[in-house]
Design a protein around this ligand. Structure first.
Ligand SMILES: Cc1cc2nc3c(=O)[nH]c(=O)nc-3n(C[C@H](O)[C@H](O)[C@H](O)COP(=O)(O)OP(=O)(O)OC[C@H]3O[C@@H](n4cnc5c(N)ncnc54)[C@H](O)[C@@H]3O)c2cc1C
Length: 270
């Protein structure tokens, strides 16, 4: 809703943006597809900040907060960071994906967002400017208060030379997902050395399944007990008018087993 908006700000730098946010009731306007506080009296146009980029650095890929879902989905990822592209390339619709930004999504982060889950599996971090200027591991960032007066500038994603899978379950192609799942596994001598399993949409805040990760780390990827371990996952899905909690939990178990089958297929194809 824009009816309360009295003023647009067009800062030229991040420092200026942070000052405008700190000074009052103006808030950033990124893709403009999410909802915003009705108390906001001003909007901050971010276009002059040049935050629309994907940059390969030595130890990570840096994604500017103003980068659209489609730009990330169409980028030529050279390793398992492509699961982020898979997630964002299936979210919303093509016209919306040209507008929705990764920064706006992390600030707004509704339960249906498909940004947190792949970022958790990839061990990403989020850089913010403002009070205080710092870099948060994604899991910590997701628990910050939404109305904090910080400004997201960048997402950093470390290399992912192992195997990655992303699944999304929705009633129709365009519907919000009822469940999304991202798995990242690194293997040495057939043994699971790094295991990150993240789930979103069916719980209020996406998170990693730490217990499951612990039980799988150190096992041979061919271990016949892996499916039973995956099926022992337990969490309480959000109430959903279309699906029972039991159905959603069973869907999660099925998708987990399928993800590991796909990872084995990727390994044996090499
Ligand atoms: C019909 C529809 C379907 C959708 N389906 C999906 C889906 O399936 N999966 C999915 O992941 N998303 C989906 N989305 C997108 C999601 O719901 C939000 O609309 C989107 O994430 C908001 O991003 P934005 O760039 O448009 O941000 P904006 O709407 O511009 O901003 C959202 C909030 O974040 C603040 N903000 C913006 N940028 C920053 C920044 N850099 N730092 C701090 N605060 C900031 C703004 O002030 C505002 O409060 C859908 C959207 C629509 C309209």
């Amino acid at each position: 809703m824009l009816e309360n908006i009295k003023e647009w700000f067009r800062p030229e730098s991040i420092a200026e943006t942070v000052e405008i946010i700190a000074n009052g009731n103006a808030i950033p306007y990124a893709g403009g597809t999410g909802s915003r506080s009705a108390r906001a009296l001003g909007l901050i146009d971010l276009r002059r900040l040049n935050l629309d980029y994907i940059r390969e650095e030595n130890d990570w890929v840096a994604i500017g907060a103003g980068t659209s879902f489609n730009k990330i989905a169409n980028y030529q990822w050279s390793d398992s960071r492509h699961i982020l592209a898979l997630a964002l390339g299936q979210a919303a619709s093509n016209p919306l994906r040209n507008l929705i930004t990764i920064g706006g999504s992390l600030a707004f982060r509704p339960a249906w967002s498909n940004v947190p889950t792949p970022l958790l599996a990839l061990g990403a971090s989020v850089k913010v400017a403002g009070a205080p200027a710092t870099e948060y591991p994604i899991a910590d960032f997701l628990h910050l208060k939404r109305n904090s007066k910080f400004f997201i500038t960048e997402v950093k994603v470390p290399p992912a030379p192992g195997y990655g899978v992303y699944h999304r379950f929705a009633r129709t192609r365009f519907d919000y997902a009822a469940l999304d799942l991202a798995v990242y596994i690194a293997i040495r001598s057939d043994t699971i050395e790094i295991c990150r399993i993240a789930v979103g949409n069916l719980i209020p805040v996406a998170r990693r399944l730490a217990e499951l990760e612990k039980n799988l780390t150190g096992l041979k990827i061919s271990d016949s007990g892996i499916s039973e371990i995956l099926k022992a996952v337990d969490l309480k899905p959000l109430k959903n008018s279309n699906f029972s909690r039991e159905f959603l939990l069973n869907m999660l178990k099925t998708e987990l087993v399928r993800a590991f089958t796909q990872i084995r297929e990727q390994i044996y194809a090499n």
